[in-house]
Design a protein around this ligand. Sequence first.
Ligand code: SF4
Ligand code: SF4
Length: 609
Amino acid sequence: MNKPYSPRAGLSKSMELMLGNAAIARGAYEAGIKVAAAYPGTPSTEVSENLVRYKDELYCEWSPNEKVALEVAIGASQSGVRALCVMKHVGLNVAADPLFTAAYSGVNGGLVLVVADDPGIYSSQNEQDTRLIARAAMVPVLEPSDSEEARIFTRRAFELSEEYDTPVILRSTTRLSHSQSLVNTEARTDITDKAYVRNIEKYVMIPRHAIGRHQFVEERMRRLAEDANELELNRVIESDAKTRVKTYAAEGPQGASSGFEELRVGVICSGIPYQYVREALPAARVLKLGMVHPLPRRLIEDFAAQVDRLYVFEELEPFIEEQVKAWGIPCIGKEIFPRRGEYSIKLIKEQILGEAYAFDTPEVLPARPPILCPGCPHRSVFSVLRKLKLSAAGDIGCYTLGALAPMSVIDTCICMGSAISTLHGMEKAKGRDYIKNWVAVMGDSTFLHTGINSLMNMVYNDATGTVVILDNATTGMTGHQNHPGTGLNLLGETAPMINIATLCRSLGMEYVHEIDAFDTDLLTQTLKTETQREALSVIVAKSPCVLLKAFVPAGKCMVCKEKCKKCGLCISLACPALYKDEAGFAVIEERMCNGCGLCKSQCRFDAIT
Ligand code: SF4
Ligand code: SF4
């Protein structure tokens, strides 16, 4: 299992400054993968976008969701090639079903999942810790600390996958995925395809086979845990120096500091927090774990025996800490470090060293609340929903901003594809009249991700209700990735285009409408009719995202001051291009206006041209 490990040694002329996600893609390429599948999601998206650079030597795709993506990768692995699957942390929930059983089946060609967590919740709906799912699924987890390690660990993950017959998770976080550091690229390994040999005890998980494979998995994890003590990715940075650290009140670390003492300090850490530890505690002995599941008990016991005080410094859940404490090793972790948010040097300075630590405070920038772009078609649909006083069960995407004032039309949002099922649940709970004041709202990519299943359920279970699909011809919030409805694939090549309205009709639905998202009169009339109808209906509100490269504004709008009555109706659309001047007249900032004409259609005094 052990190999020489030296991420800094050998940095040569071929080194490049790389984003963590680009380095993961590079590592996968170098590892000789033949297939990669993903669903976009910040902070993981750029892994697939960088794999496109190697398209002549591997196949990569956007799949409609993470479950499908993982199944594609599993199939490729079973057929005998190395395969990669990429997603953000919440995507692993969607892919959990195949993952838990793939953990039993194991692999043929190496199988690696890249899962990017989001401590601090910069662009997600929760802050879940992938390590907990990995422990439940009984698969190993590697966690790099910079871009070079991201490349090396990705390569290594494929070797471990094949050596131990297991899927391996490479866990990243926003800070790693979106930071740049030097990477020393190497040549692609020429991996010969493995032969596929029929083996139903391994690949067909009927109960009789699964019982045997569960036993195999337990033995595999036991073996991995033992070998982890010698794994080169788990490293000790030696030191016998002492550090002046806070003492704590007798009742425990949560209490007030009662002074300082000079101690040999040890810290167990992994991933990005390792960088903070090295900078803030240069004299500390550090156990840097490259594999965070399973944990190396002997290595940790030996490490703990060499220090006077042991800290576990890990973002999010006390995953390492709980195991260390369960082994009877005293350590300090979540007593002084939070379970949420990103960690920092400041946190160590304050909580361990008892030092005040002030960042160079940048100029205070004006607050910029999240807002839909000028000319965004979602604003048009929301303005109609607001006018009709309809509430919306919402979903994941830019359009979740419809929950905020002044639109305030979205009332609920759980996860990808949830809006339609939520509406369905409301109807079954409160009856058909209740949801006449409601609609479900979701984007095109989200509908094809998992929304379609929910719509099928509504058809099947005789539901009523109105579903509005905001079709802006892209996966907007993650940065314009293609999906099965855009007519283009991950490589930007022409692909078969799923027509959403046709797909809905194919489920047997009678009332399916395709409407220009800016045709507010038709949208108003259709929504009035459909929400009152004792039937299920879909309205596909179509208009491309204004940030798409292909989007060409249809000109600019202007306010005629002589006609403006200062009523503020246009301002209430919250278009960033519109504001009131000091005298209360509406003004359109020409450089920002995308000429959607929504404000023009709202003005009752013909003041906007
Ligand atoms: S809606 Fe028309 S009249 Fe009212 S503020 Fe805007 S431009 Fe002026
Ligand atoms: S036309 Fe009006 S609503 Fe549309 S982008 Fe321009 S200012 Fe905003």
